[in-house]
Design a protein around this ligand. Structure first.
Ligand code: SF4
Ligand code: SF4
Length: 315
């Protein structure tokens, strides 16, 4: 069952983070809300808590006093204790049915906590509007990110509509894995789209992130044909996206779009490993501990430029 409530009069969404004074999530100074739920399963995901549409339990082993109360409180046997390990508690997400989160209530030290919080449309819009004075001074605004904000479709549309009503500039960061009929509803409510295209080859895209990329390319083409403000973004992921062939192919595609659509290469960010620890998941990129050095980053950019792309951004 989804945690996103759409049937009651009060539409609520699940938000796992809100970042103020964001400088890389669209034009100007912005506040970015991160919505739960994503159709992709990128092994390098920077926000692994954003993938599931369900509320999950974080475990911070540094706060744990090894009392075992959480395991006693769980009727589903979802919690196992490991006296020999640095990580005393492990949580089996398959067995957890999110009951009433008895484990979190039982924990005396806040070592267990929710990874996200419910907000009504107005509650989130109120938070997003708080820094209006900075948006006005910088031509900034608000951004919905995730996860993928298109995944909580009705909630995201309602938040964007409310923000537009309040006169705020709106942007979204999206994977564009959605039907054209849904995407069409977002167009009048979004002032700036930032769309990811990570892997050009369809088979490799499917094998790496779990879905085909045909729909992504079609939706990017649709947005470019519509003439909306659009940036295509490609993350630089070691051994996956940084081949010359991949960068050239994506560069050629973006160069072929109408409207001189910019392509931004996003440097690898190694800082996600702590989140994987909290969610007790393995981080497959733990051997990559730093972003690409500037020289290498610009070498990738040159490949995209040689393919004709109008590149923006930096290392
Ligand atoms: S949320 Fe409920 S079912 Fe899930 S681990 Fe905690 S006590 Fe068990
Ligand atoms: S209840 Fe909290 S402090 Fe006690 S073992 Fe569980 S996580 Fe650790």
């Amino acid at each position: 069952m989804s945690n996103v409530e759409t049937t009651s009069e009060v539409l609520r969404g699940l938000v796992f983070d809100i970042k103020r004074f964001a400088l890389h999530d669209g034009q100007g100074i912005r506040t970015t809300a991160f919505l739960k739920g994503c159709p992709l399963r990128c092994p390098w995901c920077q926000n692994p808590e954003g993938i599931s549409l369900h509320r999950q339990v974080w475990y911070d082993h540094t706060k744990c006093i090894r009392c075992g109360k959480c395991a006693k409180a769980c009727d589903n046997g979802a919690i196992t204790l490991h006296p020999e390990s640095e990580y005393y508690v492990s949580l089996n997400q398959q067995k957890c049915n999110e009951c009433d989160f008895a484990c979190i209530t039982a924990c005396p030290t806040d070592a267990l906590s929710f990874d996200s919080k419910h907000y009504t449309v107005n509650e989130l819009a109120d938070v997003l509007e708080r820094d209006r004075v900075f948006y006005d001074a910088s031509q900034g605004g608000i951004t919905l990110s995730g996860g993928d904000p298109l995944f909580q479709t009705e909630y995201a549309l309602a938040v964007l509509e409310e923000c537009k009503k309040r006169g705020l500039h709106t942007a979204i960061e999206t994977e564009l894995v959605t039907s054209l009929s849904k995407l069409e509803r977002f167009v009048p409510l979004v002032d700036q789209f930032m769309a990811d295209l990570k892997i050009w080859d369809n088979t490799m895209h499917l094998e790496t992130v779990g879905v085909e990329n045909k729909i992504i390319k079609e939706n990017i083409q649709y947005l470019a044909d519509k003439g909306v403000s659009l940036i295509v973004r490609m993350p630089l992921i070691p051994e996956i996206t940084t081949t010359k062939e991949n960068i050239s192919s994506i560069g050629r595609f973006v160069a072929s779009l109408p409207g001189n659509v910019p392509l931004e290469l996003i440097n690898f960010n190694p800082l996600a490993s702590g989140k994987y620890t909290m969610l007790q998941k393995e981080y497959p990129f733990s051997s990559y501990t730093s972003p690409y050095p500037a020289e290498e980053y610009w070498r990738f950019v040159q490949i995209a430029k040689d393919a004709g792309a109008n590149t923006i951004g930096g290392p």
